[in-house]
Design a protein around this ligand. Structure first.
Ligand SMILES: [Zn+2]
Length: 298
């Protein structure tokens, strides 16, 4: 070990959050004194070494976008070069996903109202129990005042109520797409997906099925899996399918699979998806389920 490399490596590590752990805790895959910071665990051979940080970073970025997980670079203690690694932190991130439902402005404004199961959805939307019961007009007006623009109703056509009218009376757009696990004809759902995705891209939506749990999960899962302009790292939390802390993906899988099985070339085109989309579909579905399985409520 050259002193020069040790100093470079320490200096590089000290600039990071959690520096102490990265340097000394060797179960972290790249505690820098671990021999596996220089040698590949899989092959036992020295890792690819890049002569400069910039060069390593460029290669790491290419790998990150290709594989959809984060790779970082570090100065090696053992050689003159820089290596690319997935440290333990990155591995956890890869397995659990970083859930994307961070609080957004609409969510923050609606939070004090005590809506059951209210939660943020992507950049600018929320989900929660449907606002169709008593006092719903008042609540819908609050949604409008909070900056909401559209109510996305996911219920199937087995209801009769004044809800669409109430939504309009509150000054909100009413958008309906029937979502369920199995019964609704798959082409009826697919036909409405482009409009759903457009509204979700825009933000300002209040999304609900009856309870705001199961069908809402399926709608959000469809958005993530069938709308690749959503970054693959932005995995949504499936809140409605968690029971006793365990995630059950079967119902979501049933619906996603029926869509992928049933989708016609024209419908793919309408969603802006290539004819060979199935591979990306599977990759995203797996990521969604893996992340939600690994997630533990704090
Ligand atoms: Zn090395």
């Amino acid at each position: 070990m050259k002193v020069k490399n040790l100093i470079y490596a320490l200096y590089d590590q000290m600039l990071r959050p959690g520096a102490w752990r990265n340097i000394f805790v060797t179960h972290n895959a790249f505690g820098i004194f671990s021999r596996y910071s220089h040698v590949s665990r899989a092959t036992g051979r020295p890792k690819i070494s890049y002569p400069s940080k910039a060069g390593a970073q460029k290669a790491a970025e290419a790998m990150s976008s290709k594989r959809g997980v984060h790779f970082s670079v570090y100065k090696c203690v053992w050689c003159d070069g820089w290596h690319i690694g997935k440290n333990a932190q990155n591995k956890i991130e890869q397995e659990t996903g970083t859930f994307v439902n961070r609080p957004n402005a609409l969510y923050e404004r609606l939070k004090p109202l005590g809506i059951v199961d209210l939660a943020p959805v992507y950049g600018g939307g929320v989900r929660g129990r449907t606002l169709s019961g008593r006092g719903s007009v008042r609540m819908l007006k609050k949604v409008r005042e909070a900056g909401g623009e559209v109510v996305i109703d996911l219920r199937t056509r087995d209801y009769t109520d004044r809800f669409p009218q109430n939504v309009a009376d509150a000054g909100l757009e009413y958008f309906h797409i029937p979502i369920d696990r199995q019964k609704t004809d798959v082409h009826e759902i697919i036909a409405a997906l482009p409009d759903l995705f457009e509204r979700m891209d825009k933000g300002g939506f209040y999304m609900a099925c009856a309870m705001g749990l199961h069908r809402t999960d399926i709608a959000i899962a469809s958005y993530y899996v069938l709308h690749p302009s959503v970054p693959i790292a932005d995995v949504p939390e499936m809140r409605g399918h968690r029971k006793d802390g365990k995630f059950r993906c079967e119902d979501i899988a049933t619906r996603l699979n029926s869509i992928m099985r049933g989708i016609t070339p024209d419908e793919l085109k309408a969603l802006g998806l290539p004819p060979d989309y199935e591979k990306e579909f599977s990759r995203r579905k797996k990521r969604l389920f893996d992340a939600n399985r690994a997630f533990q409520d704090p």
